[in-house]
Design a protein around this ligand. Structure first.
Ligand SMILES: Cc1cc2nc3c(=O)[nH]c(=O)nc-3n(C[C@H](O)[C@H](O)[C@H](O)COP(=O)(O)OP(=O)(O)OC[C@H]3O[C@@H](n4cnc5c(N)ncnc54)[C@H](O)[C@@H]3O)c2cc1C
Ligand code: FES
Length: 340
């Protein structure tokens, strides 16, 4: 059997095991430790850490992002080096959204998939040696010269952060979302600014999690669940996704998550279902209230239209939810459209 090495971050006391096949940074992120990084390609130096004890090695020679003086001082680029023994290192982990630098980056539209009548999935590729570090649940602003910036939540887990996935719902008379639906093409260039927002998954907690999504509020919830799966989170996760009709459940991933993982439970809730629908009906928050008599011990994440987020906050507190255990992102339309 392959030997496993223990990596310990002296700064946080956190540890994980690696077989040394991947970079220390990749394995740290896989284990839910938010080590800082930028390009993930050995250029920018943002993943630099001090190796206090143990042996590391670079597969393809010493990368450009570190000087020989820094190596002599015991530093290493965690995105490029692999463990050759147990390693004790020191690096400041990013445990709050405030720790992560908001960046303005160019990106290219890689793919646009129409998921149903009013939702498109857009993949944006950040070119060259750049990537975006973020926490699962955060959002970016999309910047196009003809429009004011528009906010969209990141729908993929932070592990592959040179590609950003967005779910964009077409807003009636919405200038920018109409542009995305009709005019935006693959290979178009845009800019993003982010990551932003305080809606991100709290890794430290041991509480069971209730996730409430309304419409494309599913996007950041998807990022959180994919992150939970990647990091093999064992906490119970209850996902409630509220939409109008079955066609608005624009991805069937949640059914698969619930089939494949004992700790993930999924309840779709339709407010205006077709006659054939056999599942839950009504407002999504009402289904949660019906299933959980007492919400005291739970951590709740809610994302979607402001009216849904408000209803969740008010009614869940009445049913025992502790305010400090509640995190939300309301899809308010934050920008005026006066000069477009
Ligand atoms: C933090 C954050 C994250 C977001 N994440 C997502 C996401 O992941 N996916 C997503 O689809 N949307 C998301 N949104 C909402 C998205 O930003 C807006 O739908 C978008 O800006 C609308 O732009 P537009 O130019 O098409 O509409 P505008 O031209 O600005 O507005 C046209 C008309 O529609 C109304 N309107 C605008 N937005 C909305 C809305 N959201 N709901 C109802 N009426 C609206 C306006 O008042 C106006 O009357 C998010 C918003 C925030 C603040
Ligand atoms: S993340 Fe840029 S050098 Fe490692």
């Amino acid at each position: 059997m392959k030997p496993m090495f223990k990596i310990e971050n002296q700064a946080s006391g956190k540890t994980f095991l690696t077989d040394g096949d991947d970079s220390i940074l990749s394995d740290a992120l896989l284990h839910g430790l938010n080590f800082p990084y930028g390009c993930q390609k050995g250029f920018c130096g943002k993943c630099k850490a001090t190796i206090i004890e143990g042996e590391i090695g670079y597969e393809n020679g010493v990368p450009n992002g570190i000087t020989s003086e820094e190596i002599d001082d015991g530093m290493a680029l965690l995105c490029q080096c692999r463990a050759k023994s147990d390693v004790l290192l020191a690096v400041a982990e990013l445990d709050s959204a405030f720790d992560i630098e908001v960046r303005n980056l160019p990106c290219k539209v890689q793919t646009i998939n129409h998921l149903n009548h009013d939702v498109v999935q857009v993949f944006l590729k950040i070119p060259g040696a750049q990537s975006l570090q973020y926490l699962a649940g955060q959002y970016i602003d999309l910047i196009h010269p003809d429009f004011d910036p528009r906010s969209f939540s990141i729908a993929n887990a932070p592990i592959n952060s040179d590609v950003i996935e967005l779910h964009v719902r077409l807003v009636e008379d919405g200038k920018f979302t109409h542009f995305v639906f009709v005019k935006l093409k693959e290979k178009s260039l845009l800019k993003i600014e982010g990551p932003k927002g305080n809606f991100f998954f709290r890794e430290e907690s041991k509480r069971p999690v209730i996730l409430v999504a309304g419409g494309t509020g599913f996007a950041p919830i998807k990022s959180i669940i994919e992150h939970a799966i990647t990091t093999q989170l064992e906490r119970q996760i209850y996902l409630y996704w509220g939409v109008r009709d079955e066609v608005d459940l624009y991805m069937d991933l949640p059914f698969k998550w619930a089939d494949d993982h004992n700790n993930i439970h999924f309840v779709p809730v339709l407010s205006e279902p077709n006659a054939a629908w056999q599942g839950r009906v009504g407002f999504v928050h009402e289904s949660v209230l019906a299933d959980f008599d007492d919400l005291t011990g739970y951590e709740v994440y809610a994302c979607g239209p402001p009216v849904m987020v408000k209803s969740v906050a008010k009614s869940f507190v009445e049913q025992g939810m502790i305010r400090d255990n509640f995190f939300s992102d309301a899809f308010v339309f934050a920008y005026t459209t006066s000069h477009e």
